[in-house]
Each structure stands twice: as structure tokens, then as C-alpha cells.
Design a protein around this ligand. Structure first.
Ligand SMILES: NC(=O)CC[C@H](N)C(=O)O
Length: 226
């Protein structure tokens, strides 16, 4: 069975929901700890949402110095697929595995809502289960979700098709160009501000629209559609 690791930092919040989503997709959820120097042979990694190190300095700024991040960065260089969700996205940017940075929401309020998104790059190991340009509804909940990068970086993300999801029907945080998620140049490292792990079952979330992120990874690891 495909093994997907989920890293818990002090202050992480969503590792259990991520584990549940991974299991529902049909993979094994492997718990990784911020102090680990061993990734326990996982084939993909998720950095979950939450408030690592109490969001001190700037969200994700301390987590990037966790021992496990050395292993995560090495794994990224080996091509291991990595998904950072919300605080995980912030950590990937702080660790320079993704360009740009997540800053305070433009309105300076924490924002929690069910958010419409358009899936724009459905060729990555985390998004291949979606139809191109599919509109989905997935919750957001964050205080520092405004994606910011230099204009040339934003232009490169656009021209290289590296915006994987964009807010539609309103931008919840003032993010540049309505960006909700991006990928690195390889397509294997994805950062996403909304929380797909909270949308895997209409009984507990607004939809099951988020499950596709986890089934995409399982398909990539199993070679389905490769
Ligand atoms: N849900 C989250 O992961 C929140 C991330 C971060 N603590 C913020 O407020 O922006």
C-alpha cells in the first residue's frame, strides 16, 4: 500500500484530518514528527495546516528550522511529491521550496469560509484527479493567506502554468492574481491555502471536492495514468 507521511509540528492542527483523507483515498497514513531525522520510507509527504510554533514571527518561519525539514528538503530534491496545506504552504514558502510568501490577509481578519476554486493545473501528482478548470468548493481558514511575490515571479508562475488553483467568486485574503495554490517547476511540490482534507465527505464538510488531492497522489504513486 502507498505510504504517505504527514508531519506534525508543535501547534499543527489538521494532521488527523489529513490522515483520514489519506486513508479514505486508499493509502497508508504514516505519522512523522517534527524532530524526526527519518522519513520512514514514505513515498509522498503532506505538511498539514495549523499554527506551528504558535505562528511566531510569521506563519511557518520557525517550522522551517525543524529537524525533519532537512529530510523534507532532501526528499524534495529526490522528486518525492510534497503537498503543503495552509500552514504547510507557508512552511514550503519559508523553506524556499516554493517561491513567494504568505502574508497577513489584506483585511487583517482571520477568515473562515467555504470557498469556490477553479482547478487550473491538473497535471500534478496532487491534482490529476480533477478535470481541467473544474470548479470546487473547499474550506479556507487562515489569517496569513495573502500570496505575494514579485511581478516577474507571478508572470513566470502564470506562463509556466504553475498556478494550480485560483479563488473564484471572491478573493478571501487579497492574494495576488487570486492565487490559491501553486506548484514548483517540477510539478511535484504543491502549496494550497484551502483545506482539501476538510472536504472529503459531505457529512462533515461542505463537499467531498477535496478528496481528489489525495486520490491524485495515490494514483501517481501507483502509476495510474502515468
Ligand atoms: N489553517 C491554517 O493552517 C492556519 C495557518 C496559519 N496559522 C494562519 O493563520 O494563517
Amino acid at each position: 500500500m502507498a505510504r504517505i507521511g504527514i508531519v506534525t509540528f508543535p501547534g499543527s492542527l489538521d494532521e488527523q484530518d489529513c490522515a483520514r483523507a489519506v486513508r479514505r483515498a486508499g493509502a497508508e497514513a504514516v505519522a512523522l514528527w517534527h524532530g524526526d531525522h527519518d522519513l520512514h520510507n514514505v513515498e509522498a509527504i503532506i505538511l498539514p495546516g495549523g499554527f506551528s510554533y504558535g505562528d511566531a514571527l510569521r506563519c511557518g518561519a520557525i517550522a522551517k528550522f525543524s529537524p525533519v525539514m532537512g529530510e523534507v528538503i532532501d526528499a524534495a530534491k529526490r522528486g518525492v511529491p510534497i503537498l503543503g496545506i495552509c500552514n504547510g504552504f507557508q512552511i514550503l514558502c519559508e523553506a524556499h521550496l516554493l517561491p513567494g510568501v504568505l502574508t497577513r490577509n489584506a483585511h487583517l481578519h482571520y477568515r473562515t469560509k467555504d470557498q469556490s476554486l477553479r482547478m487550473e493545473n491538473t497535471t500534478t501528482p496532487w491534482t490529476s484527479a480533477y478535470a481541467p478548470n473544474a470548479e470546487v468548493v473547499i474550506p479556507v481558514k487562515h489569517g496569513e493567506g495573502r500570496y505575494v511575490a514579485d511581478e516577474p515571479v507571478l508572470d513566470a508562475l502564470e506562463s509556466e502554468g504553475r498556478v494550480i488553483a485560483r479563488y473564484v467568486g471572491g478573493n478571501p485574503n487579497g492574494s495576488a492574481r487570486d492565487i490559491a495554490g501553486i506548484t514548483d517547476a517540477t510539478g511535484r511540490i504543491v502549496g494550497l491555502m484551502p483545506h482539501p482534507e476538510h472536504a472529503i465527505d459531505p457529512l462533515t464538510g461542505p463537499t467531498d471536492d477535496g478528496l481528489g488531492f489525495f486520490t491524485s497522489a495515490l494514483n501517481a504513486l501507483s502509476g495510474v495514468g502515468a
